[in-house]
Design a protein around this ligand. Structure first.
Ligand SMILES: Nc1ncnc2c1ncn2[C@@H]1O[C@H](COP(=O)(O)OP(=O)(O)OP(=O)(O)O)[C@@H](O)[C@H]1O
Ligand SMILES: [Mg+2]
Length: 325
């Protein structure tokens, strides 16, 4: 297994109390596979990613669990060791490329810098490789583009540059955190196709984070649905869409717009809002918003249980059984 995240806990100790941003999250991913992580804003998707990269911002702290990456116990590595892995063996693509690109250097200089640092390439070799990387991510006329600054490029092109940077050292793991949220729909589809193609051709594992289950459906092999810091459902994409078992997943599925639907029809979003993580209810964290709620849900939190076919769900109500009746 390339990456195993086991019972990961990342908490923020704040004046409002302990915020359990990531609370007992486990999953695995193999090379060549795409794992989608989906959930509404604030459910802990980015903090899960940041924990794997060991980039959790203060006052956040990883307080429990294990992360094994390619034989490395990530939580035990020194800062220097983790820095060497980052960008080289594992890379992250952020939602907003402008925050990760440096405005005062050209695209070429920024990618070449990574190749010099991690791969020890000389200037001319680094530039040559940079050109071929830009070509790989579908940037036309790379010899010219290499001399451009980030602000001279469109959002879609900048995101391609970010992807080129992420794959520059051929990492075995890429985490893409909402890589297409800032882009319009056509460009979004192109970028997703590109990421999927690269996962195949480079045999990379990809963790794709999105709040949009539609994007996940088209791209991921497996899906983890997160709610309030926890994985509430986990299955292959095919299984999850054919047989969703958690009321939250069902709500997310119902809120995906379908082709031909009039606008009014598709406003079937889940009622209520994500609770503040410092003010979570007793029992199942989803209970105030759940339409299947029973007494038990208010008293005790369900475990994440395997229903038999590697389809895991954290819910007291057996929707599987009630469906087959
Ligand atoms: N600097 C911080 N201080 C305190 N709490 C924080 C901080 N950063 C994040 N959190 C908490 O961690 C939770 C999870 O944040 P995270 O960024 O992982 O959410 P997300 O699922 O990526 O949301 P989004 O879809 O908006 O990107 C948040 O709800 C917030 O309560
Ligand atoms: Mg996020």
């Amino acid at each position: 297994m390339l990456l195993t995240v086991d019972r990961l806990k990342t908490y923020f100790h704040t004046s409002e109390g302990i915020i359990r941003a990531v609370d007992d999250v486990s999953f695995k991913i193999e090379r060549g596979r795409i794992l989608g992580i989906v959930g509404e804003s604030g459910c802990g998707k980015s903090m899960t990613a940041m924990s794997i990269m060991r980039l959790v911002p203060s006052p956040g702290k990883i307080v429990g669990g294990n992360i094994n990456f390619d034989g490395h116990d990530l939580l035990k590595l020194s800062n220097e060791e983790i820095r060497r892995l980052r960008g080289d063996r594992m890379a992250m693509i952020f939602q907003d490329p402008m925050t990760s690109l440096n405005p005062v250097f050209t695209i070429g200089e920024q990618i070449a810098e990574i190749l010099r640092t991690h791969r020890g390439l000389k200037k001319s070799a680094a530039l040559e490789r940079t050109e071929s990387l830009l070509q790989n991510v579908g940037i036309p006329d790379p010899a010219r583009r290499i001399r451009e600054y980030p602000h001279q490029m469109s959002g879609g092109m900048r995101q391609r540059v970010m992807i080129a940077m992420a794959i520059s050292c051929e990492p075995s793991l890429i985490i893409a955190d909402e890589p297409t949220t800032a882009l319009d729909v056509t460009i979004q589809a192109q970028i997703l196709r590109l990421l999927k193609g690269l996962t195949d051709s480079l045999n990379t594992a990809l963790i794709l984070i999105s709040h949009d289950l539609g994007i996940i459906a088209e791209t991921a092999d497996e899906v983890g649905v997160m709610y309030a810091g926890k994985v509430v459902e986990y299955a292959t994409t095919k299984e999850l869409f054919a047989n969703p078992l958690h009321p939250y997943t069902i709500g997310l599925l119902e809120s995906i717009p379908r082709f031909g639907e009039v606008k009014e029809d598709r406003l079937r979003t889940i009622k209520g809002v994500v609770p503040k993580l410092s003010e979570l209810p007793e029992g199942c964290k989803f209970n105030p918003r759940c339409k299947y709620v029973i007494e038990k849900c208010n008293n005790a939190e369900p475990e994440l249980i395997d229903t038999g076919v590697g389809h895991l769900v954290r819910c007291w109500v057996d929707l599987n059984k009630s469906k087959s009746k």
